[in-house]
Design a protein around this ligand. Structure first.
Ligand code: ZN
Length: 87
């Protein structure tokens, strides 16, 4: 989702693919098998996310991240969205 005139962008991340590092996250479990394959792959995705966000912020964009597991709590997301877009 991109809000052009306001230069705000919202990412919705899948917790597994984007390694949500909230200990309360029920989805972002680390893979237990094929760890040698998965860990570098997930690390690269995470690094790319951070680089994207840094690049956007350096161009004056505000970035908000929403995680897959947070979509269950729509009320709190709505609140954060409103204050993000108004702020
Ligand atoms: Zn999560």
């Amino acid at each position: 989702m991109v809000f052009g005139p306001r230069r705000k962008v919202i990412f919705v991340h899948g917790c597994f693919w984007h390694s949500h590092d909230d200990p309360a996250c029920p989805v972002a479990h680390k893979p237990r098998s094929n760890v040698d394959y998965w860990l570098p792959k997930l690390e690269r995705t995470k690094k790319r996310d951070q680089e994207n966000i840094k690049a956007l912020e350096s161009e004056g964009w505000s970035v908000m991240e929403i995680w897959e597991c947070e979509l269950k709590e729509l009320d709190s997301i709505e609140e954060r969205l409103c204050s993000f877009l108004d702020g």
